[in-house]
Write a protein of this length. Structure first.
Lengths: 251, 201
């Protein structure tokens, strides 16, 4: 038995992005400089991190809060800001019910507070801006995708990029004011006059695949597990190759 | 230690079962696969061990189920910081498979691979001695596809990315070779008690 095992399906080939091990293993102090409300449940937190070595859109960081008795809580958060923001990173956090970390951010944090971060970590979901990107997110799953949109804009990249984003209502659509023609919002509970209400469906995905460039899309899906399962099935059914779908699920 | 102003955190349980930096996810069981959940029926599932072994072998669903059943009851720990207690998996201990294929004396590591192409590397010592399973039931019911069903590798004493979902096989090696997440910045072993989350930890 010397033949190589060939799995029936192949998924996204890893290793395009080298992770800086040194940057990923050192805790750094991050100073909160600004808080911007995005929706009733989500706010953006801007930090000065003087030693930040830079990141790629789609990467995340590990954030740690420490109580006086030494108890520490750490969470992974996707980075919302584009890479070209020297010495600063932004996170957009939902206020999770009972969440000890997001709860602190939403009820206690104010500019000047200091937390610790390490990263960026993980290169799997990163998008360097080199290939056409089809981004699909829901709720705060739009956060790492927004870093890609902002990067695309900031660098004036010619490579095609599309964002399909699902929210319960226009009021709950994070970054609503920032979206441009690259973005199609889908509203599941209420929508402006004349806009359909309903779950993301094949009819939303098909036109995006129909306009794919000749080299095809790299698809990035981010959201809850149930959304990720649903959206990735829509993509596969519409003909997107399984090995060109990257998924980031909350958890 | 850098104290965060005004941060108290959740009530402290004096839980010796919680590794450093982890919290108890309670009833939640987050799903964190990076790929599309495959459409894999039990009849199409196979598990193979090859590489540095005396008798390379492939088991299908029926054959694997004829091996002596074994269960794990305890905790699992995800690198994203949640731990889950009181989980019950059943399947077959990997030792039952090792008894059939017999690894060579020179074997030190294995690379686990999934039916999706996902890979992860482990020292052989973590896959033997009653500490690793091929699991197909969770809480007495068939393992859900999004959690790795029909069958996944289960190595509960390491971070859970080592417990490859949709397990297709193990290739036994005389050296270590990084798998999918290990090539993407994660630790080669992933021991939660030593907080081996990332490369260099």
């Amino acid at each position: 038995m010397t033949e190589t095992f060939v799995p029936p399906t192949r998924f996204a080939v890893p290793g395009r992005i080298a992770v800086n091990e040194q940057a990923a293993s050192v805790w750094q102090t991050a100073t909160l400089t600004e808080i911007r409300r995005e929706t009733a449940r989500a706010a953006t937190y801007r930090f000065a991190v003087p030693g930040w070595r830079g990141h790629l859109p789609g990467q995340h960081l590990l954030l740690r809060l420490t109580a006086e008795d030494g108890y520490a809580a750490q969470r992974h958060y996707s980075i919302a800001s584009a890479p070209d923001d020297s010495g600063h990173v932004e996170l957009t956090l939902d206020h999770v019910e009972g969440g000890e970390v997001s709860g602190w951010f939403h009820t206690v944090a104010r500019p000047g507070d200091q937390v610790e971060v390490r990263g960026p970590v993980s290169g799997f979901f990163a998008w360097p801006g080199d290939r056409p990107a089809l981004l699909i997110g829901a709720g705060s799953g739009v956060v790492p995708l927004m870093s890609m949109v902002r990067h695309h804009r900031a660098r004036n990249l010619a490579v095609p990029l599309r964002l399909l984003v699902s929210a319960r209502s226009p009021e709950e659509l994070i970054y609503a004011r920032e979206f441009g023609p690259e973005t199609t919002p889908v509203f599941t509970r209420s929508a402006p006059e004349g806009v359909a209400v309903g779950r993301m469906a094949a009819a939303h995905v098909a036109p995006l695949l129909a306009e794919q460039p000749s080299s095809g899309w790299e698809a990035y899906v981010c959201g809850s597990n149930s959304f990720a399962e649903h959206a990735s099935r829509l993509l596969v059914t519409a003909g997107q190759p399984v090995d060109r779908i990257r998924i980031e699920r909350f958890g | 230690m850098h104290i965060t102003r005004g941060f108290t955190g959740r009530p402290r349980g004096d839980d010796p079962g919680l590794p450093p930096g982890q919290y108890d996810a309670g009833d939640d069981w987050p799903v964190l696969s990076a790929e599309v959940t495959p459409d894999l029926a039990p009849a199409d599932w196979t598990f193979r061990i090859d590489g540095l072994v005396d008798e390379p072998r492939i088991w299908d669903w029926e054959e694997a189920h004829r091996l002596p059943p074994s269960a794990y009851e305890g905790a699992i720990h995800c690198v994203t910081s949640w731990s889950k207690f009181g989980v019950r998996f059943s399947g077959v201990s990997l030792d039952a498979f090792w008894d059939v294929v017999r690894p060579h004396g020179s074997a030190t590591h294995a690379i686990a691979y999934s039916h999706t192409g996902y890979t992860t590397n482990l020292p052989l010592a973590d896959l033997t001695g009653g500490r690793a399973w091929i699991a197909w039931e969770y809480d007495g019911r068939p393992l859900a596809p999004e959690h790795g069903g029909p069958a996944r590798l289960l190595v509960p004493h390491l971070y859970f990315w080592k417990s490859a979902k949709w397990i297709a096989g193990l290739r036994v090696l005389d050296h270590d070779e990084p798998g999918f997440w290990e090539r993407n910045g994660y630790h080669e072993r992933g021991n939660p008690w030593e907080e081996q989350r990332y490369s260099g930890d």
